[in-house]
Design a protein around this ligand. Structure first.
Ligand code: PEP
Length: 260
């Protein structure tokens, strides 16, 4: 059985002082949790301060992006070595906001995934369709294309070290969540793609997170689905109490599954 993972994407929110306070509150809210991996992804500027607060605790740290080179003349960019130095174990790659506002392509994201793996970072690879693509019934095709291109030339041994987040763009920051049935349908499709490309053993090991307006009150019904292995949480990860409740929902969904 896969251990669930709840990752908080803070996006471009929180100054260093605010990040310290939020990290402390989240730490206090989840300190007893061991049946679920918990990760926070503050902005780059707050990573060092958050790492200090997280020392010795059970919460992992992640960056929201990285550039696919180790160093060089890339003004404004951050390398995998730099985020590792700040104690990051995870990195979100290919978030739809990066694809939309910074024109990131799946081919470019593939370079990032490869370098993240090379430096032993855990990539949280985001894939998902827009509303227009869903309404024109192209959502499976779009997700397959993003999956194939972002994971090109990756081996089964490598893919199991990463995480996939299915994030329908129409559900991100909109308050519209995919229904548990819609999420499960796409997650089981992604599991099938993993199986076809990497084999059954690898496919069974990869966590597939759902992201898109996950809140304390919808988290349990989503995570009760067999192929929903946790969540990538945006807005609700900025409120310690809501985030802790989502973590608890993941633990509850997992123990309900174990008792079946
Ligand atoms: C996200 O930023 O990855 C996300 C899912 O945001 P929200 O939870 O706010 O929809």
């Amino acid at each position: 059985m896969r251990k669930p993972l709840i990752a908080g994407n803070w996006k471009m929110f929180k100054t260093v002082d605010e990040a310290i306070n939020l990290t402390k509150s989240i730490k206090a809210g989840v300190y007893k949790v061991s049946d679920c991996d918990v990760v926070i992804c503050p902005p780059f500027t707050a990573l060092a301060a958050a790492a200090e607060v997280l020392k010795g605790g059970n919460i992992g740290l992640g960056a929201q992006n990285m550039f696919p080179e180790t160093e060089g003349a890339y003004t404004g960019e951050i390398s995998p070595i730099m985020i590792k130095e700040l104690s990051c174990r995870y990195v979100i790659l290919g978030h739809s906001e990066r694809r939309q506002y910074f024109s990131e392509t799946s081919t470019f994201i593939n370079q990032k995934v490869k370098l993240a793996l090379k430096y032993n970072l855990i990539p949280i690879l985001c894939i998902g369709e827009t509303l227009e693509e869903r309404e024109s019934n192209r959502h499976f095709e779009v997700v397959k294309e993003q999956f194939d291109e972002s994971l090109a030339d990756i081996s089964a041994e490598e893919v199991v070290r990463g995480v996939i987040a299915y994030e329908p763009v129409w559900a991100i920051g909109t308050g519209k969540t995919a229904s548990p049935e819609q999420a499960e349908q796409m997650h089981s499709y992604v599991r099938r793609l993993l199986n076809e490309k990497f084999g059954q053993e690898a496919a069974e090991r990869v966590n597939i997170l759902y992201g898109g307006s996950v809140k304390a009150d919808n988290a349990l019904s989503l995570m009760r689905k067999a192929n929903v292995d946790g969540a990538l949480v945006g807005g609700a990860s900025l409120k310690a109490e809501a985030f802790a409740q989502i973590v608890q929902a993941a633990v509850d969904a997992c123990s309900a599954e174990a008792n079946k």
